[in-house]
Write a protein that binds this ligand. Structure first.
Ligand code: SF4
Length: 262
């Protein structure tokens, strides 16, 4: 499963230059990536062991349509077994494809900060940390130290109420857990995070209530869908949609000229 179009509401597709991981906090308990490696074991000969795939590095170079790309839906890019050299190659590819937005999410906040100064934070790289309950809000302090154009939080699965310092944070995603053993999410936890985002002018995205399946509970909160994206997303779309349009127009003109020339 190198790269796929995805059902994740806040992204367009995934890119997995690495797969595999190991559990480090309560948000990992029902890790969907591990479940997928078990279910489709022929696609994952190394199981859930961290594996680098150099042959996948070039994939985004051939994706022409400007997209939001979730980097490593099947792993954690800042896992201790991902080498710095490999990470640099991943960042290099992201820099060479400025028409895409790359969304990286980690629970390895310490390694993120340790290596951040060695990496090129191109403007199209959005960096996020997972925060599932109040015991992990310190990940946000680490994230603040990273020089990414957009910094975001994924509070999914949300396992308790959160009091957040949103200084320097552009975007917060909230979602409930799904699966047979899903842990319930309280509406007041979600409303509180939404209100904190509004008070701090931070974009708020409510992904799902969760339940036995991801979509079963829907994603309405107080009568509406919360689909907010960071300001940088609109700017990116404006730039690259007009770029794509002018490239298409020029190639059309070239096509007409060729026909006339005949
Ligand atoms: S960090 Fe992410 S990929 Fe790794 S075990 Fe936890 S939930 Fe799964």
């Amino acid at each position: 499963m190198a790269s796929i179009n995805t059902g994740i509401e806040w992204t367009d597709r995934t890119w997995n230059p690495t797969t595999g991981c190991n559990k480090i906090s309560p948000g990992c308990t029902h890790c969907y990536a591990e479940a997928i490696t078990k279910r489709f074991h022929t696609n994952f000969p190394h199981g859930f062991t961290l594996t680098e795939y150099p042959e996948r590095l070039k994939e985004p170079l051939s994706w022409r349509k400007p997209s939001r790309i979730f980097v490593n839906s099947m792993s954690d890019l800042f896992h201790e077994d991902v080498t710095l050299d490999f990470l640099k190659q991943v960042f290099d590819v992201m820099g060479k494809t400025p028409h895409h937005i790359y969304q990286i999410l980690t629970k390895r906040h310490e390694r993120l900060v340790e290596l951040a100064s060695e990496l090129n934070w191109h403007d199209n790289i959005w960096m996020g940390v997972s925060v599932e309950n109040q015991n992990y809000v310190h990940r946000v302090d680490y994230l603040r130290k990273v020089d990414a154009k957009v910094r975001f939080l994924s509070c999914e699965p949300l396992l308790g109420p959160l009091q957040l310092d949103l200084t320097g944070i552009d975007w917060v995603i909230v979602g409930g857990e799904s699966g047979v053993k899903h842990r319930p999410m309280d509406i007041e936890w979600v409303q509180s995070i939404r209100d904190q985002c509004q008070e701090n002018e931070v974009a708020f995205f409510f992904k799902q209530w969760g339940g036995r399946t991801p979509k079963i509970g829907g994603r309405m909160l107080d009568g509406k869908i919360w689909d907010e994206m960071p300001k940088a997303w609109k700017q990116h779309q404006k730039k690259w949609n007009s770029h794509t349009l002018s490239v298409n127009q020029n190639s059309n003109k070239a096509g007409i000229a060729t026909l006339v020339g005949r």
